[in-house]
Design a protein around this ligand. Structure first.
Ligand code: ZN
Length: 245
């Protein structure tokens, strides 16, 4: 077992947010390995640069819907117009090393008591877990006691209760969650948070302490928005970063 694990989801080619998260994680004691819960690319202006930074770390990664969308244009019918256009643009600029990083990504990965997936174990690429009843079904049917997801771009903790239901909470910056019982955890989005808080979101799993800590960190949102416009992506994708939606 590796002690401290940085949990990241939905980086979405936002290099400024990714750098801010890595620097902030170092300030809080660093990490030994990085678990990436899908959607490295899409929406943002720096897909190659983000993949390059991530590959330098000890890394376990699963694919998200945008990672799949840039590789397979047949998948783009499932995206809205803005997301599909960003996938097409990303595909047009991805270099060979980036494609080689994305192509073999599995849809799920198991590490001891943890299951890593972008959406959900029953629909790894596409299901958004937004309700407690979905979390309860997943936790009830999953072999692993800790399910780590992304995709909604909102941090969440859902805990299975004795009666089979689940209780979900929105973690705040600095919240610590003990890994007792069956849990579904979403660290939130690095590169495009959608909970009204524009700060990059991530979490750190400390396996020695048996706990996950949630973090938010400010980054250069203006710079990221300007970079989106510079490469010709939609102004709507730039605007949403400022408000975190
Ligand atoms: Zn995403």
């Amino acid at each position: 077992m590796v002690g401290r694990v940085l949990l990241l989801a939905d980086v979405h080619s936002n290099l400024r947010a990714l750098h801010a998260v890595l620097e902030d994680a170092d300030r809080w004691g660093g990490f030994d390995t990085l678990w990436l819960l899908g959607d490295v690319v899409g929406y943002g202006p720096e897909p190659n640069e983000c993949i390059d930074v991530l590959r330098r770390h000890s890394l376990v990664a699963v694919a998200g819907n945008h990672d799949v969308g840039v590789l397979d244009s047949a998948e783009l019918v499932r995206f809205n117009a803005l997301a599909a256009a960003a996938c097409r643009w990303s595909r047009s600029v991805l270099n060979q090393e980036s494609l080689q990083f994305l192509e073999p990504l599995p849809h799920m990965h198991v590490k001891a008591s943890f299951l890593l997936v972008h959406g959900s174990p029953r629909d790894p690429i596409w299901e958004y877990i937004v309700h407690a009843d979905q979390a309860a079904e997943v936790l009830d049917s999953c072999c692993q006691s800790h399910v780590l997801v992304g995709h909604t771009h909102r941090p969440a903790i859902c805990r299975a209760k004795k009666d089979g239901a689940a209780h979900c909470q929105v973690p705040r910056d600095g919240d610590v969650v003990r890994l007792d019982g069956r849990l579904l955890i979403n660290p939130g989005s690095v590169g495009q948070p959608r909970d009204g808080d524009p700060r990059a979101s991530y979490a750190v799993l400390d396996q020695d302490l048996g706990a996950i800590t949630f973090h938010r960190v400010c980054y250069d949102v203006g710079g990221a928005a300007a970079a989106i416009l510079r490469v010709g992506l939609s102004e709507a994708l730039a605007r949403r970063l400022h408000a975190g939606y």
